[in-house]
Design a protein around this ligand. Structure first.
Ligand code: 13P
Ligand code: SF4
Length: 359
């Protein structure tokens, strides 16, 4: 057997086998109101603000909005937390979101309702293996997705989120740079095809998005003639190929409001339906199929780690100060460089709050 030694070898991602089941928070009648009232009082008393992702429960999203916090995609979560005056940020999402908030705001206290809220992309990309891979390709600039640990961000030149990845990579490609991309192979493949950039892709994947199936989506579009397909770019290429719109969570919500079609087939976590339905009242939102009777997903269309965020956990951390995020200052000082590059780029590119214009 012969090997082409001019072809750079990408190490396999760390397999993520320990995916927990989705367990939604169950509340007794009246409990939600009681918890919400108590949390509202404590948020004020502790000068705290709630920063939530669209994939968290509707109860958490409503609470964030009613209390002057924000509900958004990863890019805007980072920007909102950075601009917020509050002394404490409560990040309802997954761990990398809390870590990004802390890296950007070392002087603020950052708490999370549940520290077990991981992300399969982050888990697939351990910092030491990734660093060795980067060392083997010193001629390449390192671009990592937000869904990574602080240590991986510290090894990167750029951090990007899904709302801005194509623009950043197109910019680097125009300057003739060759790139390493990690950890999501599907998003990386989409960005590579869209920009034509020379990218080596880490082989991680999202356990939720990789389960959407093109075949099932095709069957739905045949059933609903006046429909459009909205796809998050963490999905496989065969699913992205069927999309009318590919974008971050915020970009998909905006598209849902603007598209003329009355039925929308949505390939992303179904937590997004709360805000999407508010943005597109009167439209029918359908979950993109994850394989019909042949589904192999542990958590079809809902992230098990996002589901760990609940009102009880939120109240607990406000009452006890538990689940505080801390980052090694040396790692934080390096990681903030790659995050700030993206934020400055977003500012210069005119990508406004919530990614609503210029993108
Ligand atoms: P967004 O930045 O589009 O919100 O994506 C974050 C994420 O984890 C999607 O699975
Ligand atoms: Fe990570 Fe996928 Fe969950 Fe997003 S949906 S946090 S990419 S596991």
């Amino acid at each position: 057997m012969t090997f082409d030694l001019t072809e750079p070898v990408v190490p396999p991602a760390t397999p993520v086998t320990d995916v927990p089941p989705v367990i939604e928070e169950l509340l007794a009648p009246g409990e939600q109101e009681a918890l919400t009232a108590r949390i509202k009082t404590l948020l004020v008393e502790q000068d705290a603000v709630l920063v939530a992702h669209y994939y968290t429960s509707a109860a958490l999203q409503k609470l964030a909005e009613e209390t002057g916090g924000c509900v958004s995609d990863s890019l805007e979560m980072a920007r909102f937390g950075h601009a917020a005056r509050a002394k404490t940020l409560i990040v309802a999402g997954v761990r990398f979101m809390g870590e990004t908030a802390k890296i950007l705001n070392p002087e603020k206290r950052v708490l999370m309702p549940d520290l077990r809220a991981e992300c399969s992309l982050d888990l697939s990309c351990p910092a030491d293996a990734f660093s060795r891979f980067c060392d083997a390709h010193p001629d390449r600039e390192v671009v990592v997705y937000a869904n990574t640990s602080a240590a991986v961000k510290a090894r990167a030149d750029w951090m990007v989120t899904s709302s801005i990845a194509v623009k950043v990579v197109a910019h680097l490609h125009a300057q003739g740079r060759k790139l390493i991309w990690a950890p999501d192979r599907y998003l990386g493949d989409y960005v590579r095809k869209t920009t034509g950039a020379d990218m080596l892709l880490w082989q991680g994947s999202c356990v939720v998005h990789e389960k959407f199936k093109a075949e099932g989506i095709r069957a739905l579009t045949a059933q609903y003639a006046d429909s459009a397909v909205l796809v998050h770019p963490e999905s496989p290429a065969s699913v992205i190929a069927l999309a009318d719109v590919v974008g971050s969570t915020t970009q998909l919500i905006r598209a849902a409001a603007e598209l003329p079609q009355k039925t929308l087939i949505v390939a992303t976590d179904n937590g997004i339906f709360h805000k999407m339905q508010l943005a597109a009242p009167g439209k029918t939102l359908l979950e993109a199929p994850t394989g019909g009777t042949g589904a192999t997903c542990v958590s079809c269309a809902h992230c098990p780690w996002m589901a760990m965020n609940g009102l009880k956990g939120l109240l607990h951390v406000l009452e006890t100060g538990a689940n505080e995020i801390s980052i090694d200052p040396a790692i934080g000082r390096r990681a903030v460089v790659s995050i700030n590059r993206m934020l400055e780029f977003a500012g210069q590119a005119g990508i406004s709050v919530a990614g609503m214009s210029g993108d």
